[in-house]
Design a binder for this molecule. Structure first.
Ligand code: CMP
Length: 138
């Protein structure tokens, strides 16, 4: 069954003009774009989106980074979309990243890691409703 997930192309990747290549990789991997927008996180939305990381050592830097420039949010659909997008994105830890993943190609650091991909169907539903509140869930 088709599943939905959320991709964020983060400020460092937008600034350095990698969005087109990232979207090309997504389409080559058979994801269908169902919605897309260029947006800028404000503090309140970033705090809500990353609430699970509140109190972690990297949290303040993460919030500053996410609010530092434009983000491109893409609602994606595919069979096993959550699992397959995580695979294409690559690990948060640079040492564990497979070559040819989006982060292997475009991450500039552990925080400035080019993209975010929802890590479970439940988180995907929550994140999609925060970023694309008009979308109906199924
Ligand atoms: P993301 O997939 O958006 O989810 C949490 C974000 O926190 C992560 O990508 C990184 O941008 C940032 N981050 C910074 N340091 C770490 C860390 N040590 N572990 C996990 N995430 C981190």
């Amino acid at each position: 069954m088709n599943q939905r997930t959320l991709l964020l192309i983060k400020p460092n990747a937008v600034l350095h003009r990698h969005a087109g290549e990232i979207i090309h990789m997504i389409e080559e991997s058979a994801f269908l774009m169902r919605d897309l927008k260029i947006m800028r996180f404000d503090r309140a939305l970033a705090e809500q989106f990353y609430a699970e990381h509140l109190g972690k050592e990297f949290y303040p830097r993460l919030l500053d980074f996410m609010c530092s420039g434009d983000t491109i949010a893409v609602l994606l659909e595919k069979e096993n979309a959550v699992r397959d997008l995580r695979k294409l994105v690559g690990d948060t830890d640079p040492a564990k990243r497979e070559p040819r993943t989006i982060r292997a190609l475009f991450a500039e650091g552990i925080t400035e890691n080019a993209v975010h991909a929802s890590d479970s169907p439940d988180h995907a539903a929550r994140e999609i409703s925060l970023i694309f509140p008009h979308i109906n869930h199924y």
